[in-house]
Design a protein. Structure first.
Length: 313
């Protein structure tokens, strides 16, 4: 039986608005999610015993049942026990290129790759919608990671509307190696500080969602207006992360001082990205800010915006 090698891209958040809280304890969001070319490679190899093994070349990524890739495989085994009985278990090998705990959905995209890979390996023929429903059971960002590209995401982040592709823009990303921001902490702190601004009534929620659907950044994306996209980048979680982590604020200001289209923290951070017109400009900005901040704990990456989610390598 053949093995599958999958490319699993990271995402950035071009827009993240927290609209309200939800009865399930999560937050109601309106986001624009964007795949980038920085990606992990996920290999899926069938093995004879009915077990799931995960290995990863990054010390901070767990090899046990808490790995999101493991959780994706366990969910597939539970949903399709006859497939596991027929084809055996699976060994998942993650070549980690996406920085960990960075707000770039590294674990989510690995889990999405496992869902797509097992669908192929076990010849299940699941539809995009079926894969997304399974993905939403593991994490809010995982449904997006399957198809990727540029999408408006509402609900917990799992209700997706595709937008036009923006694949000729570049991005420079930077992150302090030793800094991690907990996603639950970021949302909880936001709720404590800004919960009084939340929309509580269903009809208000609907109109807020509608406002984002027809709002500035979505129209700028539909028109592929690069300058406007850059100006309209937004992330509510910056309101709690930047005051708490001055080094992230400093990085954000360093990018803003360059001639970039726009800059923003991605997701719950602490990665900060800046959109640029070209790969060359992204490399130049990385070099300038690296020299300016001269901090050995700071890592930089450059990438392109990408129109693809999980693909075969
Ligand atoms: C902040 C974002 C923005 O894209 O990304 P990351 O920074 O993680 O990449 C996402 O909302 C993270 O998505 P994901 O990491 O899949 O979240 P989950 O595993 O479902 O939830 C992790 C925790 O985040 C909080 N959470 C997440 C999503 C949401 N709509 N409301 C929440 O309050 C909850 O505290 C939850 O326990
Ligand atoms: N396959 C995986 N890749 C990365 N991290 C993982 C994975 N599985 C579980 N984790 C755990 O999830 C946490 C969040 O990591 P990650 O998904 O990279 O970031 P984020 O949620 O900020 O986008 C990490 O601290 C790590 O321990």
């Amino acid at each position: 039986m053949r093995s599958y090698s999958l490319i699993a891209p990271a995402k950035i958040n071009l827009y993240l608005e927290i609209i309200g809280d939800r009865p399930d304890g999560y937050h109601e969001l309106a986001m624009v999610l964007q795949s980038i070319s920085l990606a992990d490679k996920v290999d899926i190899r069938p093995i004879e015993i009915d077990t799931i093994f995960v290995q990863c070349n990054h010390a901070a990524v767990p090899n046990d049942q808490t790995n999101l890739a493991y959780r994706a495989a366990a969910l597939m085994a539970q949903q399709f026990p006859e497939a596991m009985a027929q084809y055996g278990g699976v060994e998942i090998t993650i070549d980690k290129q996406i920085p960990v705990a960075a707000g770039l959905a590294g674990g989510s995209t690995d889990a999405a790759a496992v869902l797509v890979g097992l669908d192929l390996l076990w010849k299940l023929g699941l539809t995009q919608g079926e894969l997304e429903d399974l993905a939403a059971q593991i994490g809010s960002d995982i449904p997006f990671c399957i198809k990727g590209g540029t999408a408006l995401a509402t609900g917990r982040g799992e209700v997706l509307s595709p937008l036009v592709n923006l694949d000729n823009l570049s991005v420079v990303l930077a992150k302090y190696r030793s800094l991690a921001i907990s996603t639950p902490w970021a949302y909880k702190t936001y709720r404590t500080q800004f919960g009084d601004t939340y929309v509580r009534k269903a009809e208000d929620l609907q109109s807020r969602r509608q406002r984002v659907h027809s709002g500035g950044i979505v129209s700028a994306i539909m028109q592929r207006d690069r300058a406007k996209i850059g100006q309209l980048l937004h992330n509510d979680l910056e309101k709690v992360a930047l005051p708490e982590y001055p080094e992230v604020l400093q990085l954000r200001e360093a990018f803003a001082s360059q001639n970039v289209l726009g800059t923003m923290m991605s997701g719950s951070g602490p990665t900060v990205f800046a959109l640029t017109e070209s790969e060359r400009q992204a490399l130049e900005v990385a070099e300038t800010v690296r020299n300016q901040l001269a901090n050995p704990d700071l890592d930089f990456w450059t990438a392109q915006l990408s129109s693809t989610g999980i693909t075969l390598a």
